[in-house]
Design a protein around this ligand. Structure first.
Ligand SMILES: Cc1ncc(COP(=O)(O)O)c(C=O)c1O
Length: 404
């Protein structure tokens, strides 16, 4: 994104021009940013047997999946649908890892049949896996009692979390593995999403490594995702340079002790795609009440639910007039709920009807969490390539399709 003549541009194309050509609401992704983010991760973690699996729950658009495949990343999946999307995007089974949640036997069989690497979530699931695939190779998702995240809904470790085999249940896990002759080839954890505190990564990592020592046949250790990005001006980005070095050195030391160089895996989602995506919306109404000014737009939490679901902050720019007099307003969506606000009492550049607003950092957990609430179709998605060429990577849903 760049500003020229007081207007917002994506790789040389004016946001207003994109809005005119492809209509709004519109998700715009910048290939340049996707590339920068994947390079940032790969280049700042020096350990050589490193495997990054893109957690595609953050954004399952096939073009984005294909892009990360070309960058050499693997794919982290949590449903049969995500695995199928991975295949469609050209990923091979060996490049896909699956993190179990509450899944049906049929889905487990599908994964085994397709030779997808699985991280098992519970003792009963391990038993079920053993019955289906006696003598198989599998990973275990461990809850080390440590969780973190930008919102309580996104904390996936610790005593309140539904995820993983609690570290105090390891004896039972080993017993089951023995009963079904299973080879535990990996341990996994994912403590939460949207983490900007570097120390918690290292703490959780060390805790998992302690557990890892108890398994003698490991080939990989997967530390999950969770790398945060700053959404509000108050937040500071992670220093991946220092974090990457520390992570690598802790892992090197572990491997020396363990007697084997294992694969060190991560499953970032948000970090790779959040900042590459912007939701463009159009101002359709300026409503002044005796108390407030509402800037009404043609989208809502049916298209980007993060502000409503997590109280998340998304920076909003007036793409039609980047610098100008400011005004405190609430940016309201077109969904019939009072909570449908993209920003509440926020000072932004004064907007008028017809202006295009850019809701930034919407690339992760944006479109994927969209819905047809209020019978409004889902928006289109476009990719702006580094050379300025634009591709529609998902057509705008028609009203008929939303009812199909
Ligand atoms: C198992 C697992 N791995 C990876 C991720 C990706 O997390 P993030 O987008 O914060 O990197 C998630 C997100 O919920 C997850 O549940």
């Amino acid at each position: 994104m760049r500003v020229k003549n007081n207007k917002l541009y994506f790789s040389g194309i004016k946001a207003e021009e994109l809005a005119k050509r492809y209509k709004t609401p519109l998700y715009v992704y910048e290939e340049r940013v996707l590339e920068e983010k994947s390079k940032e991760l790969l280049e700042n973690i020096p350990y050589d047997k490193l495997k990054i699996f893109y957690a595609c729950k953050a954004n399952t658009n096939l073009e984005i999946l294909k892009f990360f495949r070309r960058q050499g990343l693997g794919l982290e999946t949590v449903s049969q649908g995500e695995v199928l999307a991975g295949f469609k995007a050209g990923f091979k089974a060996e490049d896909i890892i699956y993190t179990c949640d509450n899944i049906l036997e049929d889905e487990l069989k599908f994964l085994i049949r397709n030779k997808i690497r699985i991280n098992i979530d519970s003792l009963s699931q391990l038993e079920e896996y053993g019955k289906i695939n006696y003598g198989g190779e599998v990973g275990l998702r461990i809850n080390q009692g440590i969780g973190a995240g930008h919102h309580s809904h996104c904390i996936t470790g610790g005593p309140d979390s539904k995820f993983g085999i609690y570290f105090s249940q390891l004896k039972s896990a080993k017993r089951l593995a023995k009963k079904y002759n299973l080879k535990i080839v990996g341990v996994h954890q994912h403590i939460g999403s949207g983490i900007l505190d570097e120390s918690i990564f290292l703490k959780a990592m060390k805790a998992l490594l302690k557990t890892a020592k108890e398994f003698k046949d490991l080939e990989y250790i997967d530390f999950g995702g969770g790398f945060g990005v700053p959404y509000s001006p108050k937040e500071k980005p992670l220093n991946l340079k220092t974090l990457g070095k520390k992570i690598s050195s802790v892992f090197e030391d572990f491997c020396q002790d363990y007697g084997k160089r294992l694969w060190m895996c991560f499953e970032p989602g948000r970090f790779l795609v959040a900042q590459a995506g912007t939701l463009l919306v159009q101002v359709v109404e300026i409503k002044k009440t005796p108390f407030k000014t509402f800037v009404g737009v043609n989208s809502g939490f049916n298209h980007l639910v993060r502000p409503v679901m997590y109280g998340a902050y998304h920076c909003i720019l007036n793409a039609s007039c980047i610098k100008g007099p400011k005004q405190v307003v609430s940016v309201a969506g077109n969904i019939c709920e009072s909570g449908d606000l993209f920003a509440k009492d926020r000072k932004i550049v004064k907007a008028k009807k017809g202006d295009i607003l850019a809701i930034l950092d919407a690339g992760a957990y944006g479109f994927v969490q969209s819905s047809n609430f209020n019978s409004r179709p889902k928006p289109a998605e476009i990719m702006v390539k580094k050379n300025g060429k634009v591709r529609i990577i998902r057509k705008r849903q028609t009203w008929e399709q939303s009812l199909a």
